[in-house]
Each structure stands twice: as C-alpha cells, then as structure tokens.
Design a binder for this molecule. Structure first.
Ligand code: ADP
Ligand code: MG
Length: 343
C-alpha cells in the first residue's frame, strides 16, 4: 500500500520572530513580531506614532535588515539591504506619503507608462490604460502631475505601484494628506482592486478612520510589539487591551472606582465607555450631570459632561436640544472593562 502525503500549503507571507532594534538609550524598533499575512486581503497595522509601524513595513519589504528572525514570502526568504544589492522585493511595491518619485512636469500617463518596458508597446498601452481606469485617472491622463491635487497625486503613486502587477502593495499612511471624501473614494477603489485582482495589501496607519472600514484584518502594534489582532469590528466592539480601545474609539477611560458614580458596577481596575454608548436625557432624574461643553461635529454633537466626580464624553445625534449648563440624566448602554491600570 502507498501513502501519499499532501505537501503543507505554502503560506503567503510569514513574519517569523522578527527583531529590529535601533541604537539608543530607550528601546525603539520591533521587539519580536510574528505574523501571518493572508493573500488577497487588506491587512492594516495600526498603532500610535513611534510604535514601529513603518519599521515593520520596511522589514517586510526588505528595505530594513532585521537583527533576528526572517520574512518568508511564498516560501522564500525576503533579503534585506545587507544581502540584496537593490533593496525591496520584486513582487512588492510600497507607497508612502511622499510622492517625490513622481515626475512633476510629465503627464500622468507618462508617469505610469514609463515604468513598463518598450518591448511590447501594445501591452504597455493596454496595461497603463487599465491601471489608470482602476484608479479613476483616465480623464486626467494628459494632465501634468504638478497640476494635480494631493489626493490625485497619491492616486498616481498607487497607479505607478500597480502597473508592474505586484503581488503585494504596501501602503505607509497613504491617506494622511488627503481630505476625508477623497480618502473614502480611494479606499473604496482599493477595496475593489483587491476584490478584482486578488492583490494583497498591507497598510500601516495611526488613524482608525483609515483602517476600520478598509481592513479585513487589523494588527495592533504598541512599542514594537503586537498587542492583538482581529477583524476591525471585533477589535472595536470587544478589545482585549485598553490600548486598542483608546486607539480605535472615542470615549472616556475611568478607574473602576470612579465608574461607579455613573452606575457602572464592576471590580475591574479600568473601565472605558465609548462616547456613542452614553445617552443624555433631559426628562429623567437618575445619574444627573451638567453639560460642560457642546462640540459641533456636523451631523452630531459631542457633549462634555460632568457629574461632580468625573468628566466624560457622549455623542448626541439630535443636535441643538442641549445647551451648556443644562442638567441632564445619563445612562450607560455599554462599557468595557480592563484589568490594566491607566495613568
Ligand atoms: P511609526 O511608523 O509607528 O511611527 P517607526 O517605525 O517610524 O514608527 O519608528 C519606531 C521607533 O523607531 C521610533 O521610536 C523611531 O524614532 C525609531 N526609529 C525609526 N527609524 C529609525 C532609524 N533609522 N534610526 C533610529 N531610530 C529609528
Ligand atoms: Mg511611520
């Protein structure tokens, strides 16, 4: 009898026990990170400024050499600049906030097409058209880059990255300089490209607005270490760490003791209440608070409330019914507890 053993499927991209420390008196860099990146999805690495996001992205791409550990892409080691003459993996492309690689005085078309060889002019033209279309730049193809808005330039940078059909697109805070509506459109386009082409995207950001609606997988990074991973909704609704909650959501953090003054009963050290989970009501007398500030936010208001012991935030979806100095009753619909203390 013969037994056939199926080969283990090769994982797409593995980060194995990577360490990278920069010299200095306090630690900075990546402490020890292991992570599996899935193919064909958008993974977002989120963390405060200085948490090591860019370093991790550069390690994955092979721009920075690790002190220890390895990156394995489709079964093969990704080599850093200490080994490889031209740093950066051939199957990956990186886009950052700076678009200084763009030729400002050349047309959009030429900025993108110039990355393809002249050996097949039909392909060059077809592929450039396809990528400009995917990024909604076709109407701007004759425009010089210098005459484009910041958001449009960022689209050109992404088009340049995609024209050579990379398997992985790495984005380092790509929407930072881009206004909100432009960002939302670009996010949708990136989602569509991923769905249509099977592209794998790894992006880093400090901004929940950039990642919550875009990412399939979130990786939370703190001081060079992964704190937790999961789907955006799961991490937003049920974070295991206070750091994750304060990174992703707008709300107030209390000690367990002070939280009792809002009617929250817990023996946890720390409580966080998201602003959208506190309801203010003028027609009740329980849990009375004073409105210290009403911050206009467009379609909603943020209320700053004080009950004599703690100050906290609430979202009010019916603007103009409350005024500074009003006495209101608050109820807490949901709260999160943590066993960590906060300072
Ligand atoms: P993030 O992208 O999350 O803001 P970085 O990866 O850029 O964080 O940086 C992480 C930490 O490493 C920071 O404390 C930063 O100052 C330090 N760092 C980054 N690059 C270098 C470098 N080339 N030399 C020395 N320290 C660095
Ligand atoms: Mg960075």
């Amino acid at each position: 009898m013969y037994f056939y053993r199926m080969a283990e499927p090769i994982s797409f991209l593995q980060i194995k026990n990577i360490i990278k420390s920069y010299s200095g008196t306090v630690f900075s860099g990546i402490k020890e990170v292991s992570l599996e990146i899935k193919q064909g999805v958008i993974t977002a690495i989120i963390g405060r400024s200085g948490s090591g996001k860019s370093t991790l992205l550069n390690l994955i791409y092979g721009l920075v050499a690790a002190d220890k550990g390895e990156i394995i892409f489709e079964g093969e080691r990704v080599w850093g600049p200490d080994v490889k003459l031209i740093p950066g993996h051939d199957q990956m492309k990186m886009v950052t906030q700076q678009s200084d690689h763009l030729n400002l005085y050349a047309k959009v078309w030429d900025n993108v097409a110039s990355l393809l060889p002249n050996t097949n002019l039909d392909y060059k033209s077809t592929k450039t058209t396809e990528v400009l279309q995917q990024l909604r730049l076709l109407d701007l193809k004759e425009r010089r880059v210098t005459d484009l808005s910041g958001g449009e330039r960022q689209r050109v940078s992404i088009a340049r990255a995609l024209v050579s059909n990379p398997k992985v697109l790495l984005l380092d805070e790509p929407f930072n300089q881009v206004d909100a509506s432009f960002r939302d459109n670009l996010q949708q386009d990136i989602r569509r490209i991923v769905a249509e082409t099977g592209l794998t995207v790894i992006m880093v950001s400090h901004d929940p607005q950039e990642v919550l609606s875009l990412a399939d997988e979130l990786v939370v990074l703190k001081d060079g270490e992964i704190v937790e991973t999961g789907h955006p909704q799961q991490l937003y609704q049920n974070p295991q760490k206070l750091y994750t909650a304060t990174l992703l959501a707008n709300g107030t953090v209390f000690t367990g003791i002070k939280a009792a003054s809002l009617g929250i009963v817990t023996d946890a050290k720390t409580v966080m209440v998201y602003a959208e989970d506190i309801y203010a009501d003028k027609n009740s007398i329980e849990n009375l608070c004073i409105i210290e500030a009403v911050l206009f936010k467009g379609f909603y208001e943020e209320l700053i409330l004080n009950n004599g012991l703690v100050t906290f935030k609430a979202i009010n979806l019916q603007p103009k019914i409350f005024q500074v100095g009003d006495q209101v009753s608050v109820s807490v619909k949901k709260f999160l507890t943590f066993d960590e203390s906060f300072t």
